[in-house]
Structure formats: C-alpha cells, structure tokens
Design a protein around this ligand. Sequence first.
Ligand SMILES: Cc1cc2nc3c(=O)[nH]c(=O)nc-3n(C[C@H](O)[C@H](O)[C@H](O)COP(=O)(O)OP(=O)(O)OC[C@H]3O[C@@H](n4cnc5c(N)ncnc54)[C@H](O)[C@@H]3O)c2cc1C
Length: 398
Amino acid sequence: MSQFSSKYDYILAGGGLSGQMMALELQRIASTDARILIIDRDTKAQNDRTWSYWSTDRTLSDQLARKIWSNIYVRKGDFEKTMSIAPYHYATIRGIDFYNFSKEKIKADARFEWIQEEIQSVNAEQGVVKTSAKSYAGELIFKSYFDPKEISIPSENIMVYQQFKGWFVKTEEPIFDDKTVTFMDFTTLEKTHETRFFYVLPFSKTEALVEYTAFAETLLEEAVFDQHLEWYFKEKLPATQFEIEETEFDFIPMTDFPFPDNLSRTGFGRVNKKVVNIGTTAAFVKASTGYCFTRTQEKIRQIGKTLEQRGKVAESDFASPIHYRIFDSAMLDATGRGGVRGDDFFTSLFKKMPIDFLFRFLDEKASLYEIIRTMLSVPNKGKLINSTFRKLLKMSKL
Ligand SMILES: Cc1cc2nc3c(=O)[nH]c(=O)nc-3n(C[C@H](O)[C@H](O)[C@H](O)COP(=O)(O)OP(=O)(O)OC[C@H]3O[C@@H](n4cnc5c(N)ncnc54)[C@H](O)[C@@H]3O)c2cc1C
C-alpha cells in the first residue's frame, strides 16, 4: 500500500448518473467499516442534464421528479395519436435534483470520500486509479468516466449520434397541454433520410422543454437545431411571445460498440477482478433509443445484489439478453445505413402495438417470439431482417 496515497475497498471512477447510483447501492451493501472513494473532475453542482424515463415504479420519481405525466402524443403526417400510458408513467428528473439527493446521503455517511480530480488512467491489473494529483488503490473499481469524443468505432460497429437542442421556455399564452408529453412529432421543416423529430415536455400550460432531435452518423451544426425550433414555435405550436430561460445542446452516443479495453485503456473487457465498467461504458445506454436512466437503475441494482450475494460481479449479471443486443444492433444498422426510415418504423409501432407492450419491449422484457412478431409488423421488414442476419453473422463482435 505504501506506493499509493490511499487504499479503498471501492473506488467510483466517475460520479455521474451510474457512479452516484452505484454509490447509493454501496451505501446499502458495504460493511460498516468500508472505505469508499468517488472521483469526478466535476463538482456535479450544476444542472448538466435532465433525465426522462417511463416506469411503473414510483419510488424515485415520487421523490425527485420535476413532473410526472400519464399521456403521450405521437404525430407523423396525417397520423396523430394521444395515448394513456397506464400502467406506466413518464417522468422527468433534473440532474441537479438527483445529484443533490445522492450527495446529501453520501455526505452523511462517514464511509464515503468525494474528491474532485481529473482521472488519467485505471490500471486493471493493480486496481489503481491514477489522477492528475495522486494514485488511489481499490479492491474494486467501478469505472464510468469516459470522453465520448474519444470513441473510435470499428467499421463492423455502428455509431449514431442522438443529437438534440432543447429550449426551456416560458410563454405568455397558455399554449401547452400540461397533461401530455409530445413523445415524437415527425412534422419537420425539411425532408431528410435521417430520423428527426420534435419532443415537448410541458411542465405547465406556459412552461416547457421543446427539443429538436436528430439521429445521424455525423454531428450537425447547432444552427440547424435553432432553425427548426424557430420554425416549430412559429408554425406548429404556435407561439410568438416567449422567453428562452435555458438551453440544452448535447448528444447521446447510440452504438452497438461493446466498449472493450481500447476505449477504457484498462487492458480488459467490461468486467475483471478489479474493475467493473458501468454506465455508458458498459452499454447501459440502449443502442436503439438512447434511453439509459431506468436501465442504469436496474443494472446497478443487479450488480449490488450479486455483489452482496457472491462478493464479486460478472458481466452476465447485468448484460442485456443477446437477442435484444442483436435487435438493437439490427435496428441501428437498418435505420442508419439499411434504408429503413426511423419515422415510419416508430410510427408503425405506435399505430399497431399496445403501449404497455411497446414499453415492455423497449425495456427488454418481451419474449423472443414477441420481438420476432414486432419485427414482422414494421414497414421495410425485409431490410430489418437483412440487417439482423448481417449482425448474426458477426455475432462474436457483439
Ligand atoms: C444532455 C443529456 C440528456 C440526456 N437525457 C436522457 C434522458 O432523458 N433519458 C435517459 O434515459 N438518458 C438520457 N441521457 C443519456 C444518459 O442517461 C446519460 O448520459 C447518463 O448521464 C449516463 O450516465 P453515465 O454514468 O454513463 O455518465 P455520466 O452521467 O456522464 O457520468 C460520467 C462522469 O464522469 C466524469 N468524468 C468524465 N471524464 C472524467 C475524467 N477524466 N476524470 C474525472 N471524471 C471524469 C464526468 O464529470 C461525469 O460526472 C442523456 C444524456 C445527455 C448528455
């Protein structure tokens, strides 16, 4: 231990969503004399993102949600549908509210230490995290830090950027239906082969987050998003008198890339004796939708449970079932390169499938038979099936 500044039972390398969820789980399962270190370069004192998710479980959302809705709206051309999503609800949590909740719990627990340092590397053989200031040794390291701009995707994998710009607005007139989330509005200013849509979270009749989202293989200019948002406000909502209180411009990497050692530079897969990758670096972001919040909560609970029962974690304890990984990969391939239009695909699901099935399917809880039935019901199913076979042939890469 002498060569290291300090030794810990657990180190959380990255203290964002998955790091802090893992910290809360360790708080439940770690021994009373455990030493737990969280390292993040940021203080997590800013509202750096807003997470939305659907769920049937009210525990977290009851405490922290900014708003909970029970209806969603979908539109494409002449088709429009407002649906109740019971037994699910759709909720939004501001990042800062989750960070404050979690940091308060951690602060009150003497087993935890939080340091703000830039991580340079994780050594999986020795179980050491090296920062710009020191080296820290840990019995088990949960690694979630990474720079999405550093990902270099091999040609057999697909990377689609889910890019979005959102305006948090306040309008003079009551123009929003505050009971209903606009989940996907494919009414767009210009025709494009990419999947693009508007998304509206109405916090009240006069307050909302209005977002323009694009799934694309290359990053688009911010001006494209502003142009579309201006058009939507003028022509579609419509609203002329409004104030933009905050903006959000970012992207979520949607990929079937398995995030192995070349990204983490740790010389191992996602899990070894000393290091467990969690969060985006362990494919917690669902490749076909970009959603991650509920999956992170569920996968962290699974990791906590097996750690409590067996004292160690294996990748199979929390990896998504193989048929869902193939489906996600085929979906990305088909909508990204294979000629299936995302607007046709998603609208057809909303037209044909009961909403509770759809959410269950996206939550990876539907059976293989149900997946095949769903794939056969969508337009251009030939192209989707084609992509599936291509992925099956490369299965070893998944
Ligand atoms: C703007 C935005 C909105 C999103 N909205 C949704 C949504 O509505 N619903 C949903 O399900 N998903 C959403 N996502 C996707 C996903 O839920 C989030 O990206 C989620 O935060 C991923 O969790 P994570 O722990 O993998 O990464 P993060 O939460 O990003 O945590 C990684 C942490 O590592 C730290 N870090 C990085 N590099 C270093 C370094 N070198 N040294 C030290 N620390 C470092 C960062 O400061 C960060 O705190 C959104 C993503 C973004 C970017």
